[in-house]
Ligand binder design. Structure first.
Ligand code: FES
Length: 177
């Protein structure tokens, strides 16, 4: 984790190059930073975009942003904890992020989200009482061609139906971590 002093423990450095290559969201985020010429004072804008894309900001993502903007990780972490509108990694063992961007929305993302909320008995932004699943939403995650998309534990799943999503999260609850 990133500490307030800006030090990071070894295991939570930024994402691997393979992960960055495989996940389109990093590319979109990079393009966004480029638009701001990687300026440090664009940090809040960049964090907003990252949250839009990923649904929350975990240590790995914060480190990636810190590196890209050449800022101390502790400063980036401090900003995310200062502003209430940023969500750090939720506490659920598993994380489900429903894309609610336009392409996904018109293809039924709202129905998927409602089905998940009913099944898990929580609202978006909450974690089940047993701590197994956190449910979040994001705006366009860069996978419009396979809408509606849902991200299960960091893996983007294409063309989801409410049934697909329910099956997936029920598996998590049933089998535990
Ligand atoms: S709107 Fe969902 S991936 Fe673009």
């Amino acid at each position: 984790m990133i500490t307030a002093s800006g030090r990071t423990k070894q295991r939570s450095l930024g994402p691997s190059p393979e992960k960055i290559n495989a996940d389109k969201r990093f590319k979109i985020l990079e393009t966004h930073m480029k638009r701001f010429q990687f300026k440090q004072d664009a940090l809040i804008e960049v964090l907003h975009k990252a949250q839009e894309l990923f649904g929350y900001l975990d240590d790995e993502l914060l480190f990636y942003i810190a590196q890209s903007l050449k800022l101390p990780p502790g400063r980036v972490y401090g900003v995310t904890t200062f502003y209430h509108f940023f969500t750090l990694r939720p506490k659920g063992v598993h994380i489900c992020v429903v894309c609610m961007g336009t392409a996904c929305y018109v293809k039924g993302a709202g129905t998927i989200l409602s089905a998940l909320e009913d099944t898990l008995k929580i609202k978006s932004g909450e974690t089940t009482s047993d701590g197994q699943v956190s449910l979040l939403t994001a705006r366009c995650i860069g996978a419009c061609g396979i809408a509606p998309a849902v991200v299960y534990d960091g893996v983007v799943a294409p063309r989801q139906t409410p049934e697909d999503a329910i099956k997936r999260v029920k598996g998590w609850v049933k089998h535990g971590a």
